[in-house]
Design a protein around this ligand. Structure first.
Ligand code: C5P
Length: 222
């Protein structure tokens, strides 16, 4: 019998949105459901990998056999990934990380002051988790295989190819179709240095299993 596809691999996955605090009761987030990342974690585990899932705020059950670390903000996700990545052999960044966060979250709930003037929010950029991991020596040497995602509204192939280069990752996965957030189905476009592979519309768990097989093939160098 063949060993499972990802036997001996340690896979680290990010999933879901992040939540960036404005004050103790408010914040900024996005519509990511985490379903694609959770499906990838489940599929990687089924394929024999040891899997750690760093999850933003989502309403999903932890896939069986997967170790889960819950976070809220992009900075917390960054810290959790950096704490885990040294032992990983594959990193899949499926999270929809906020690009910016309020520069100075208020310590107390912001109140209307009667002036009719809304508060002004100023933002700072969050760290790019994927680009930081992809620049690590273990990633550059190929010991750690990095996979990024792209959600685009148009020109997916061109954006996916550009994002692959910008992030410095061997494999970039584009979400085909603008409205995949929260849905159970998706379609994917895989872009690496050699080829473009289209995975047609299917349930996210089926796509996750195909993606895992594509990653395993590339790990074997075929
Ligand atoms: O730059 P953009 O957000 O479009 O890139 C998307 C890819 O980068 C996804 O794989 C996402 O998980 C990852 N990313 C990240 N940290 C960020 C922003 C994006 O890991 N701060």
């Amino acid at each position: 019998v063949q060993p499972p596809l990802l036997a001996g691999q340690r896979v680290l996955v990010t999933a879901g949105p992040t939540f960036e605090a404005i004050d103790p009761v408010r914040g900024i987030t996005n519509h990511s459901s985490g379903k694609m990342g959770f499906a990838i974690a489940r599929a990687a585990r089924e394929a024999g990998a040891e899997v750690t899932l760093v999850a933003g705020p989502v309403h999903l059950r932890t896939p069986r056999g997967v170790r889960r670390v819950d976070v809220q903000s992009a900075q917390q996700m960054f810290d959790a990934v950096m704490a885990e990545v040294a032992s990983a052999t594959v990193f899949v960044a499926a999270a929809a990380v906020a690009d910016w966060r309020p520069a100075q979250p208020a310590e107390r709930k912001l109140k209307k002051d009667g002036s009719g003037q809304p508060p002004a929010l100023t933002f700072v950029e969050n760290p790019d988790i994927l680009a930081t991991v992809a620049a690590l020596p273990r990633a550059r040497s190929g010991e750690l295989y990095c996979v990024g995602f792209a959600a685009e509204s148009h020109d997916l192939l061109a954006h996916a190819q550009a994002k692959r280069a910008r992030k410095g990752v061997p494999l970039l996965v584009g979400n085909i179709g603008p409205a995949t957030f929260g849905r159970d189905d998706n379609a994917l476009l895989l872009v690496d240095e050699r080829e473009v592979v289209e995975l047609p519309p299917a349930p996210k768990i089926a796509l996750a299993r195909q993606l895992v097989a594509e990653i395993a093939r590339r790990l074997r160098g075929v």
